[in-house]
Design a protein. Sequence first.
Length: 406
Amino acid sequence: MDLEERIARRRSARQGRSVVVDRNHLSPVVHRPDPVGRGPVLEQLLDVLEPVFDGELPSPISVVGPAGSGTSAIVIALFDALNERLSESTRAIGTTTRAGSTDPVTWFVYVDARRVESAFAFYRAVLSIVSTEPVPESGVGTDELRERLSKRVARPDRHAVVAIDHHDEPETLSYGRVCELLEPVADSVSTVAVGQRVPDDWSDDNPTVPVPTYRHHELVDVITDRASTGLAAGVLDHEPIREVAMWADGNAHDALAALFGAAVLATEDGSERIETAHLETARADVPDDGVHLDRVLALSETRQRVLLDLVAVDSADRPIREVAAEIADRSSLTAGTVKRFLYELADRGVIERVPLPANGSGRRPSSVVPRFPTIAFRALGPARDDGDVDGNDDESVASEFGDETR
C-alpha cells in the first residue's frame, strides 16, 4: 500500500469517525502479500526451490512451524509472487536454460487442505492454476480431471510444485493421500508439505524449512503493521500493542485475533478508540492453545451457524442436551441434529466438552465451550438471520465487519 492510499484511508475513516479503516488488513485470517519479519525464511525456501529456475523439479520440501508462526502466509506470499511477477498470462513461470531453447514452465499451486476434502476438489484446485481453460465444478468425474492434469503436464518442459497446507490437522487431506493423487504425474510434480510437523515417514534426504516462533519485537512489528493500515489514526497507542505482543508469546494469530476482537468491541460500544477494557475482554476471549479461526471458518455454513448460536446462548454449566435444545429453537435444525453437530465438533477439537458435576446415577453430563476466538468469529462468520430470537442488532458492526475475502 503506497503513502497516498494510506492517507486517503485514514482521512476517510476519521470523517466517518470509525475505528476500523480496512478490516482485511486487521483480520487474523487474511495474509499480507509480504509477511513482516519473515525475510530469512523466505530466502531459505527460495534456496530449496532454486532448481525451478533451471527448469528442474526440486525435491519434496516440508515447511514446519508452530501455531501462529506464519507458515501459511509465507508459502502463499512466495507462490503468489512467483506466479504473478515471473509468469506469463497463464500464471506460469518461464525460465530459459539455454539460448534458443523452449522455455520450460513451472506452476506453483497452493492447496488448503481445510477446504479440499476429496480427490475431485483437489484436482480442481490444481487445475485452477495450471489450466488455461475453465475447470468445471460438476458434470465431470474425478478420472476426467486427473486426465486433464496429466495432459497439461505431459510435456517434459512443464512442471508443477504443489503445496498442501494443514495436512496434519484432523480430518484434512493428508500429505500421503496427496502423493497418491499425484502419482500419475509424479515425474512432473513436486510437493511442499506445510504444517506444524513433518509428514509421517518423511525422508531425511528431503529438505525441511523451519519457521520459528515470532520474537517479541517481530510480533510488535506485525501488529503495528496491521494496526497502521487497518485502524484509524489515533485509535490505539503503541504501548497496548507491545502488551498484546507480550501476551501472545509469539503467536501472531492470537495477537491479531485479540486486536480484531478489541476493534469489534469498540465498534459495538460506539467508541472512537480501542480502550484497555476492549483489549482485556478480547484477550480473555482467545483460548490458550486454541483453534485457529480459519479452521472454524472452513466448516460448512450450517455448522458455523450452530457455533454462532452456541456463542450467543449461555452454555456454561449446562448439559449439552439443554444447549442443543435452545440452539434448535433458534434455527430450523432439530435438537438431535444440533446435538450430533456439537459432539462432532468436539471430536474435531473446535469446541471442548467440559464434565459437569454428577447428578445421581447414570452417565456424567457434560457441557461444551468454544476453543476459538468468539468475538472475531461473530464478525467474520455467517451473518445472523433477521429473525434471531435474541433481538440483537448487529447492523452497525456488520457495516464495518462485512463479508471477508480470504
